[in-house]
Design a protein around this ligand. Sequence first.
Ligand SMILES: C[S@@+](CC[C@H](N)C(=O)[O-])C[C@H]1O[C@@H](n2cnc3c(N)ncnc32)[C@H](O)[C@@H]1O
Length: 248
Amino acid sequence: MRTAKRNSLFLLLALVALACQRAQSQAPQKAAAQSDAAVYETRAKHDPDGIGKFYLGREIAHVMGYQGASWLERPERIEEEQPDKVVAQMKLKPTDAVADIGAGTGYFSFRIARAVPQGKVYAVDLQPEMLAIIEQRKKQFSAANVVALQSTETEAKLPDVVLMVDVYHEIAYPLEMMRSIVKAMKPGARFIQIEYRGEDPTVPIKAVHKMTVAQCRKEMAAVGLVWKETKDFLPQQHFIVFEKPPKP
Ligand SMILES: C[S@@+](CC[C@H](N)C(=O)[O-])C[C@H]1O[C@@H](n2cnc3c(N)ncnc32)[C@H](O)[C@@H]1O
């Protein structure tokens, strides 16, 4: 990545981190009440890009505020994150129900919607402002099979496939959120996690916004998901497939 491009990426992430405080305060209070405090550790000395809260040895990142929504739609993302290839690699059936958790502007949701014409896409996000953008784009694209949902409503949806792109590292209550998602998934359903590669220092993304495969596997094992495969076709990210064990 050229220096100017990298600098603008860092600048944008810094702006987004500043904007995130508000989004963080919107995290459902219910989750806090339900949290198993013992699994989280708070450290006074921490990365300024993180929230000072650690889960299984990893610091959780700030939520990317809706003020940075245009960054999600940047044209160079097509080359950097290859969204059409990601959707092709999801190997979806036309009837699949897919949950795009932390959907943001629906960058992936609307692409997935074309791959599941007889199915549904649940575009789930924490921030109402992101959901408003999704609703607006749903009209613009006449995408009747996209349903915008606030994150607390995932439990009843039982999707076949759950996708999280560049989201998991900033979920403030990963244990509670993943338990709720796993509970909502059908036995045998897949959970696909895409994260910037934490093992690679040349990936120009802040440390708490990246994850290693080992860390992802540790955190998904903690909620009973079984690792199936890691695909490394993306220039900067891991594409990791987990499965909810089929019923015995
Ligand atoms: C970096 S953006 C990625 C958006 C989208 N996945 C993409 O790749 O274009 C992260 C998104 O995750 C959302 N998010 C963070 N924590 C969440 C949670 N607990 N439940 C649902 N969405 C969450 C944020 O509101 C934000 O829209």
